[in-house]
Design a protein around this ligand. Structure first.
Ligand code: GDP
Length: 510
């Protein structure tokens, strides 16, 4: 059995996103649009987080509509976060229980602590994944406040906090790793926790917490997390601490017990991160300032904005091959015009003033955008259009916990997401976040191997991020995990990975 998906041809119509039809300044949004069709709760203090209410004006692509079920689930989850979150009696009781080291029967509230680590894209995907797991299992989500979470994102839940407060009894939780005795996979391997025996068993037999290790080096026992039997055991443990830097959501779609609920929440399988991301991640006012000022200065008056994410590493030399790949990709796919070889006199005549095409390049290096800029200045575009190439920053190195660096990275991910069309670098979580927030199915640049590029880029099958280190097999039948359900498939940019695709794009071939 194999699964086939059809890719869609480019759709770029004046009715959907052409700012020649609707300019930035004219764009008005209805109240419901500002709340993204009911995805966002009303009643937040607008001044404390401008992005939450202004983002709809900046987005050229309105995005997908959330299902009614998702909207009502979010409202009831917000109530749970308020009822059980930090500062409540329930939270104090749960901390006491955790300190005692004993589990409790039918606890009033259960918790999931998500550890933050690695780059911004990784952290965003991990938090979104943890949130979906919390939503499916009725747990309160608390995120590790390290890596400037509070400086980058507004609080997502009204009248409570999602930040794990100081004084958490598992004081070394940020360094939980493979050797942590309470690692779920280890407890399963050692027989401390067994499936099938917890139902009805005394809660004292269960630990007060379990550590879920889903980093790249997870063991086969850790991967049991994606199995129904193991989910039944985890359900009865009051505190879970999770480490992942990945988008584990496709793995949750393999758990039978979650199937029906996920069906109702996300009838469009390819818009899961799109909704979760737009719900959770609102830039703080400081980051929003970077976004809004850049947008107004460089993108607002453009006819079309093409975002190009060039993910290079600090130690890599400038690559003429990658530059060629970007040019060939954008021109072959008709995202950008080709340039003329002829002298200036032969430049195509264009009547009247015209709005330029803006190219937003993000990269750690300036070389790629400098070369593109040079090309469109020195030579005329074949269609006579003006192409303006800009890059907000070139940080040269990757840094962690440096305020201005983190702010710029988040602002650039966000700016990419407001483009009309997007070119990304395969396997980069930075690009995944931009495509998902923007509701954009990207053109993905293939990796240059040994200085040669086979095919410059191809259109992704969905805007969903790829889960880089998924379980290889389904729990029961040991079937290839990418063949179990039609909407979970292997990723184009990383064949071992898994990603969600819309069911309507796939059919099963027997
Ligand atoms: P990934 O490593 O490509 O999956 O993306 P991550 O976002 O997880 O990690 C890369 C980190 O490098 C980011 O968080 C930034 O700190 C930095 N970085 C990489 N590319 C860019 C870029 O284009 N612009 C900026 N400002 N920072 C970048």
């Amino acid at each position: 059995m194999h699964l086939e998906c059809h890719t869609e041809t480019i759709i770029y119509s004046a009715t959907s996103a052409d700012p020649e039809a609707v300019s930035f300044l004219q764009r008005k949004t209805a109240h419901d649009d500002r709340l993204l069709g009911g995805l966002l709760a009303d009643g937040f203090d607008q001044k404390s987080c401008h992005s939450r209410h202004q983002s709809a004006v900046y987005r050229r692509n309105a995005g997908r509509q959330p299902s009614h079920h998702l909207i009502s689930k979010l409202r009831s989850h917000e109530a749970l976060q308020r009822r059980c979150g930090p500062g409540t009696a329930a939270y104090t009781n749960a901390l006491e229980q955790l300190k005692s080291g004993r589990s409790v029967a039918s606890p009033e509230c259960r918790y999931l602590v998500s550890i933050s680590y690695r780059g911004l894209g990784n952290r965003i995907l991990a938090a979104a994944s943890a949130f979906l797991y919390a939503l499916l299992t009725d747990r309160v989500l608390l995120v590790d406040p390290s890596h400037m979470t509070d400086e980058l994102f507004c609080e997502p839940f009204p009248n409570t906090t999602w930040l794990l407060p100081p004084g958490f009894p598992l004081f070394n939780y940020q360094s939980f790793y493979l050797d942590t005795p309470e690692r779920f996979g280890r407890m399963r391997e050692d027989g401390v926790l067994r499936t099938g025996v917890t139902n009805g068993s005394a809660p004292a037999e269960l630990p007060a917490f379990a550590y879920i290790h889903l980093d790249y080096n997870q063991t086969d026992h850790d991967k049991l997390f994606f199995c129904d039997d193991d989910q039944r055991v985890l359900r009865d443990i009051q505190w879970l601490v999770m480490r992942t830097d990945s988008y584990i959501v496709p793995g949750l779609f393999l758990v039978k017990a979650f199937e029906e609920e996920l069906d109702g929440l996300f009838p469009e399988r390819d818009a899961v991160f799109h909704h979760l991301g737009r719900y959770l991640f609102h830039p703080t006012n400081q980051v929003w300032g970077l976004i809004a000022r850049y947008y107004r200065a460089h993108l607002a008056s453009a006819r079309r904005v093409v975002g190009i994410q060039v993910r290079v590493f600090p130690w890599e030399a400038e690559s003429p091959e990658i530059l060629e790949q970007i040019k060939t990709c954008t021109q072959n796919e008709r995202l950008l015009p080709a340039v003329l070889d002829e002298v200036e006199d032969d430049e195509p005549a264009v009547a009247g003033a015209q709005q330029p095409t803006a190219v937003l390049v993000t990269s750690l290096k300036a070389w790629y955008s400098d070369k593109m800029k040079e090309m469109y200045w020195e030579r005329a575009a074949a269609d006579g259009r003006v192409v303006v190439v800009e890059q907000p920053s070139h940080e040269e190195t990757q840094r962690y916990n440096v305020r201005s660096h983190e702010h710029k990275a988040w602002a650039e991910v966000y700016l990419l997401s407001v483009a009309d069309m997007l070119v990304t670098t395969g396997q980069s979580t930075f690009g995944y976040v931009a495509q998902g927030l923007g509701g954009l199915k990207p053109w993905v640049l293939h990796h240059v191997a040994n200085g040669t590029v086979g095919w410059p880029c191809s259109r992704d099958v969905s805007m969903e991020p790829c889960f880089h280190v998924p379980p290889q097999y389904d729990c029961k039948r040991r079937e290839d995990a990418g063949l179990v359900v039609p909407h979970v498939r292997h990723c184009g940019d990383l064949p071992a990975g898994l990603k969600l695709v819309d069911r309507r794009e796939c059919h099963t071939v027997l």
